[in-house]
Design a binder for this molecule. Sequence first.
Ligand code: COA
Length: 180
Amino acid sequence: MFTAMKRGAAGMAKLRGKVAATSSVEMVEVVLPNDANLLGNILGGKVMHLIDIAGAIAAHRHSRSAVVTVSVDDLDFVLPIRVGQLIILQASVTRAFRTSIEVAVKVYREDLITGERRQTSSAFVTYVALDEKGQPKRVPPVIPRTAEGKREYREAMSRRRHRLAAAARAHRLYFEEKKT
Ligand SMILES: CC(C)(COP(=O)(O)OP(=O)(O)OC[C@H]1O[C@@H](n2cnc3c(N)ncnc32)[C@H](O)[C@@H]1OP(=O)(O)O)[C@@H](O)C(=O)NCCC(=O)NCCS
């Protein structure tokens, strides 16, 4: 009992916060024909894949452990990205909760010839850190430093409430076996 209490207390010890910028990620790729649809624009699925990778690296850097994707908020494709243009992804951790980490990923296109850069998508992705047994593990809090980072940090709580409520609703409707 005493050991369990001691372990419990140790488990609850406060983890040291980490500055958001230390886990930020920027990824750049040139769009190749193999990643494009018949119109010569990058496939939405390819963009989603890159968003997940960039976000996971940021979450991984923040937690220094394995992470899995648990949720992606709304994702819109506002502008096309054409073959031969660059796709640029910027991912930064906005807030960490107990075992989950919210990451904001912004997507841009850049034209190599004109240098014009426009934002094409943005998404909030949530990851869960796992221990060596595959169980959710606690993660350090995020320390936001910039004005935008502080705003994202504040707003993350209400985004989390909405996404958990939406997930619970969806699970009730589509996942759980109907009780007879
Ligand atoms: C992620 C996973 C381990 C969570 O398992 P779980 O039994 O729900 O664990 P918990 O209830 O302890 O929740 C763990 C965390 O996930 C969060 N979470 C669970 N569902 C969520 C959702 N839909 N959106 C956001 N966060 C969610 C919880 O809030 C909790 O975060 P917190 O500790 O910071 O409060 C499990 O759902 C899983 O393995 N999913 C598959 C992940 C995967 O394979 N992803 C690749 C794409 S398929």
